[in-house]
Design a protein around this ligand. Structure first.
Ligand code: ZN
Length: 120
């Protein structure tokens, strides 16, 4: 298994607001990770969304992003026969990818003690 972390791709989402690292207080960043597994024709690259601390490298939960072919029930032949279907599914897939990214952000920002007041 080969593991590499890449800087986040695509436009930075202005809505993404990350809390400071709960361990060291450092600044967090969103990233995508590509993990290669298998050999030869069975090799595949799996993509994960994760938020990590720039200072101590702690990270939140990783969320796997399915490949388009596993996301849709439609076949390549379906797309060839219906270009509009392809555009529709690509839009749905893009929304799914954004949701998966958001899950990784929400996981990072989740705090067990949020809203709990310290006792006087
Ligand atoms: Zn940290």
């Amino acid at each position: 298994m080969n593991h590499e972390t890449l800087p986040a791709q695509g436009p930075v989402d202005a809505n993404v607001s990350l809390l400071a690292c709960p361990f060291c207080g450092g600044e967090a960043e969103y990233a995508t990770e590509s993990v290669r597994s298998g050999y030869g024709e069975y090799e595949s690259t799996e993509k994960y969304h994760v938020v990590q601390c720039k200072a101590c490298h702690s990270n939140g939960r990783r969320y796997h992003q399915k490949h388009l072919i596993h996301f849709t029930i439609h076949t390549v032949a379906d797309f060839r026969n219906n270009p509009l279907l392809r555009a529709k599914v690509e839009d749905e897939y893009e929304a799914y990818c954004q949701q998966t990214k958001q899950l990784s952000v929400d996981a990072w920002n989740k705090r067990a003690n949020a809203g709990i007041q310290a006792r006087p």
